[in-house]
Design a protein around this ligand. Structure first.
Ligand SMILES: Nc1ncnc2c1ncn2[C@@H]1O[C@H](COP(=O)(O)OP(=O)(O)OP(=O)(O)O)[C@@H](O)[C@H]1O
Ligand SMILES: [Mg+2]
Length: 240
């Protein structure tokens, strides 16, 4: 389903004065496409993505996922929506410090709605399964996490803790963690920032692959290479 932003306005307050960051944004972000939201630093890209992801409410206006209006949903309903079919990575992506990289991926998978659905279907297929950790679910997770880590050049680091990773490695690990559930809707704030050319390309290729396989991918970036790869581009400009 398409994502439609209808007359979105976002105002913030600073020093008791209100200012408008997003001023009447009307745009449809197409389903199954790779959308890049660009614009200068401070223009409102993160603000917009957080509103699209339901992490923050607009001052005015509505966000629709298909026919469903999500701006008026409560926290619980939004959380359910997120675990069921979204993968969201905010700009200050953080891993859980006391888990290794691979454990971070596994946890994201375990708490997702996808994991619950797979568990139900695998227990239907195999009634003798009693949670010994060797079910098809675990195998699928293992093979897909290996594939993701390989695509992002992180295979050697799978058993490392975040404290021993570089910031670029943490960013790529956070990308892998977001993708491990194969979300239908992927929203990532600056996934290619502070990465070298090779890794920028690897991340873009991976995100393009998800979109060609049917996921709706929405990222922010001011990277020319990312903008060039976009199926749909949306540039934010400063309000006057
Ligand atoms: N919670 C907040 N309260 C007040 N002002 C905010 C808040 N969050 C963001 N702003 C301001 O709103 C503007 C837009 O911020 P935002 O983070 O959306 O920009 P951005 O385009 O993502 O920038 P960057 O490229 O640097 O990440 C900035 O001027 C910022 O200082
Ligand atoms: Mg930002």
């Amino acid at each position: 389903m398409d994502i439609r932003l209808d007359a979105i306005i976002k105002k913030y307050k600073r020093d008791k004065r209100e200012f408008t960051v997003l001023d009447n944004i009307n745009v449809t972000l197409p389903q199954g496409k790779f959308t890049v939201i660009s614009g200068d630093s401070g223009v409102g890209k993160s603000t917009l993505l957080n509103i699209v992801a339901g992490l923050s409410k607009p001052t005015e206006g509505k966000v629709y996922y298909g026919e469903k209006e999500i701006t008026s949903l409560g926290d619980e309903e939004l959380a359910e929506l997120r675990t069921d079919f979204m993968g969201v990575m905010t700009q200050n992506c953080e891993l859980i410090p006391y888990l290794t990289l691979i454990e971070n991926l596994k946890l994201a998978y375990d708490i997702s709605g996808k994991s619950e659905k797979n568990k139900n279907s695998s227990s239907n297929n195999n009634s003798s399964s009693d949670g010994n950790g060797k079910e098809p679910l675990a195998e699928e997770l293992a093979s897909f996490s290996a594939e993701l880590l390989d695509a992002l050049g992180l295979s050697q680091l799978r058993n490392e803790y975040p404290s021993s990773l570089s910031s670029g490695e943490i960013k790529r690990a956070a990308i892998a963690r977001t993708l491990i559930t194969k979300p239908d809707l992927i929203i990532m704030d600056e996934p290619t920032a502070n990465l070298d050319r090779k890794n920028v390309r690897a991340v873009l290729q991976l995100l393009k692959r998800f979109s060609t396989q049917g996921s709706t991918v929405i990222i922010s970036s001011h990277e020319q290479e990312a903008i060039a790869e976009a199926d749909f581009k949306y540039e934010l400009e400063h309000t006057t």
